[in-house]
Design a binder for this molecule. Sequence first.
Ligand code: DNO
Length: 362
Amino acid sequence: MKMVFRWYGEGNDTVTLKQIRQIPGVEGIVWMLHDVPAGEEWPMDKIMAYKRLSERSGLHLEVVESVNVHEDIKLGLPSRDRYIENYKKTIAKLASVGVKTICYNFMPVFDWARTDLYKEMEDGSTALFFEKAKIHDLDPMDLVRQIADNPDFTMPGWEPERLGRLSELFEAYRGVTEDDLRSNLRYFLEQVVPVAEHYDIKMGIHPDDPPFSIFGLPRIVKNRDDIRRVLDFVDSPSNGVTLCSGSLGANPDNDIVAMVKEFAGRIPFAHIRNVKVYDNGDFIETSHRTQDGSVDIAGIVRAYAEIGFTGYARPDHGRHIWDEKCRPGYGLYDRALGIMYLWGVWDSVTREKKATAEGSGQ
Ligand code: DNO
């Protein structure tokens, strides 16, 4: 397991590269060009600027999250081919600076969604929260205002150019079924995966967050069967999944330990975080510790250790603790604590494994 840490770039993150470097076992940053609109080819000079930063900080840049997919690709419009060509060129450029894994998602209109960014917990910390009933009464535009109009931080996945076209996009998705969206994903993967394979890059689709439809939009990466289908579209190690325990974990029916085992060779990137799911379907992002939420994080890390996972992993959204002022979900403290928990489980299982192998003379 290669531990990495999401970083939003110079002047765009409260966490510094120096701080990241000091978290035990972290070897690289997870990055993207936040100012390049989805669908555009990433400019080489901006990519090189990250390369220089990475060299200076001693943190590699092997993981990109995300190269976003233009809505026309998801909608299957004729203009998609142009955007797919740009995507391929971006893959080639990223390979040239040493990128090995690209995370992306195929969620229509919105990336992740929450109804509250700073929900207060019993211990006085705050965290991202999703209130199921609230979303039914909410106008999508209000959700956008709540999340994207954050005066202090830009929000990942809530790019202004996409959201500026909100009503137009909702109109365009009217009548688009899950099957339509699936066939548009297949078309995209059939073109992009061979290029990724050629450059030895692994693509990892991020599950839908939350893993159910919101505002009537189709969602196609919600559970094990969905992931199976996506992986079957193109049978290649470059067509993988970013297995996000927090996104999938918001549906208690998802058995993530079983998914780690089943999709073992097709998980280039693991997002590991916990959520507490309530009986009414609401959920809140908790500390990474198993007992604090509904997801068996210790069991998941154990499963990764048992399969001898060699991919990248990052702690995911943390709570906001110790009065830290940070981008919602992306502070330093709780994610760093999360990493130590992940290492704790990982180290104990790998030591056990080693002792057993030595004991049995393997
Ligand atoms: C939010 C993230 C997502 C994720 C994308 C991957 O914090 O988990 O924005 O990066 O869905 O494409």
